[in-house]
Design a protein around this ligand. Structure first.
Ligand code: AMP
Ligand code: MG
Length: 488
């Protein structure tokens, strides 16, 4: 593997040049062979120790020009003018088999000029969590950064207690964030903002080049991608947990899997993150927050949109407002598919809302409800499996009667319907209690078997997997995980 480094060609104040800090005894936990193949990485000459040294940052791949990227960001609504990669190093880029340039980044690779008070390291728990959840998201069909490798550092990190350290190798379309634009805009550096926008257009939105106003086209296109992304989160019950502007990728991928989690019982107010005291990033708030973040992005582009400030503001507002319509459209289209509806009727939105209301009142499990509807859509006998999910089964039965009369107006054959529903309603998501269990086994007993098994199950989320049914189940009352931590 030979890296190239387009980001390192940008002006020197976009980043700091430095190498990862080597770790004591790197040991390979997991290498994503499928992803390595997709990236065209030639790793066959590498044994486990060689891979560990490489993905720990102890040995640099040929062509690497390691940098820590500068960025700013709104954290829980408060602007911080300088954040940056405090514990990450961008090694460089590779071209995947489709010719797309992808970043290789080490996370947990030591202190950088952006570390502030942090140690630059990552505990093993959050590394394994990001590995699992980002790979699960990808398998679910949600745009997300990927995990290429996890390496135990052989060093401990000190948080509330001593924990084993680890390093994650992350693969992303790029690591440019809303906060990257904010870093330059906050300094009044219009030239840098333009350079960054040009870079992003070139790399992620090449169609915008031909537009009459490429920067406005960029804002519209990035907004459109976010509306699709957030809708896809909502369809699988994902709660990101820290939607700060520095954690929103301009390329439209889910990025930074800190305290993220999937909900079990449906509740729009679901919050897992221990630091999200006021529920700013609750499940149902995610679309609004995404639009708020896009407004911050738009602000950085104002000087590029029009020389007349009022006109620039008008263009920006209109572009960002497009989020709501785009989101509503993607969301409803996806919900129709989840319910087995191929045609569109005006009453569909109400039908979806009625289901969610009943699920919320009855604490029905999000994932199980939709998965079981796949059978119920073709076989009324399967209703029994849904009744048990609702505290008051008659609420399901009432809704199902309306749903069935709607399904009766669908032209497609039932087998087609159920098949398509099965590809929209996963059986397997990274259930929080499962994620915690495998992390515990790894951290406390150095047993990575459960991690590997869960990873395997999550790689085929839409297939029933004989022998692994337990992974589809909701947590028992005593297994429920209500709080998650960033572990930063
Ligand atoms: P996050 O909450 O992971 O999105 O990180 C927010 C900011 O804190 C980013 O600038 C990170 O680079 C920085 N950060 C998080 N953890 C550490 C750490 N252990 N050492 C240094 N910087 C960190
Ligand atoms: Mg972050």
């Amino acid at each position: 593997m030979v890296l190239s480094n387009s980001y390192a060609r940008l002006p020197e104040h976009f980043f700091a040049r430095l190498e990862p800090v080597p770790v004591a005894r790197p040991r390979l936990i997991q290498l994503n062979q499928g992803l390595a193949a997709q990236l065209g990485l030639e790793l066959s000459g590498l044994d486990a120790d060689g891979a560990a040294a490489l993905f720990a940052g102890n040995r640099l791949p040929p062509g690497a020009e390691p940098i820590a990227m500068a960025y700013a960001g709104h954290q829980f609504g408060h602007f911080v003018p300088q954040l940056g990669d405090g514990r990450a190093i961008l090694l460089g880029e590779v071209r995947d088999l489709d010719g797309v340039r992808r970043d290789l980044q080490l996370k947990g690779s030591g202190r950088t000029p952006f570390s502030r008070n942090g140690d630059g390291r990552a505990p093993m728990g959050p590394v394994l969590r990001e590995y699992l959840v980002s790979e699960a998201m990808h398998a679910l069909g949600v745009a997300a950064t990927r995990a290429l490798a996890a390496v135990a550092s052989g060093e401990s990190v000190h948080r509330v207690q001593r924990l084993p350290g680890a390093i994650l190798t992350r693969v992303a379309a790029s690591h440019v964030r809303v906060g990257t634009f904010q870093y330059f805009a906050a300094r009044g550096d219009v030239d840098a903002t333009r350079r960054l926008a040009d870079y992003v257009i070139e790399r992620h939105y090449p169609d915008c080049r031909a537009a009459r106003s490429p920067y406005l086209a960029l804002l519209r296109a990035a907004t459109a991608r976010q509306s699709r992304l957030i809708a896809s989160w909502m369809h699988v019950g994902f709660v990101h947990g820290v939607m700060n502007t520095d954690n929103m990728s301009i390329a439209g991928e889910t990025i930074d899997f800190g305290p993220c989690a999937f909900m079990d019982a449906y509740d729009p107010a679901t919050v897992f993150s221990s630091i999200d005291t006021f529920g700013r990033y609750a499940y149902a708030s995610q679309p609004l927050i995404a639009q708020w973040n896009l407004a911050r992005f738009a602000e950085t582009l104002l000087p590029l949109l029009d020389p007349v400030p009022a006109r620039a503001a008008e263009l920006a507002e209109e572009a960002v407002a497009g989020f709501a319509a785009g989101f509503a459209e993607h969301w409803l289209a996806g919900m129709r598919t989840k319910l087995g509806l191929f045609s569109a009727e005006s009453g569909d939105l109400a039908l979806v809302r009625q289901l969610f209301d009943a699920m919320q009142r009855n604490r029905a499990d999000f994932t199980l409800t939709f998965r079981r509807l796949c059978d119920a859509a073709v076989n009324e006998q399967a209703d029994a499996d849904l009744h048990v999910l609702f505290a008051n089964p008659s609420e399901y039965a009432d809704w199902a009667a309306t749903w069935r009369s709607r399904l009766a107006r669908e032209p497609r054959a039932p087998e087609v319907r159920t098949e398509r529903m099965r590809r929209a309603n996963p059986a397997f998501i990274p259930r929080n209690h499962r994620v915690e269990q495998v992390i515990q086994a790894a951290v406390e007993r150095e047993d990575f078997g459960p991690f590997v098994e869960l990873l395997l199950v999550l790689s085929r989320p839409y297939e029933d997997q004989a022998g692994f049914e337990a992974y589809a189940e909701a947590p028992q009352a005593d297994e429920r995980v209500l709080r998650t931590f960033c572990g930063t």
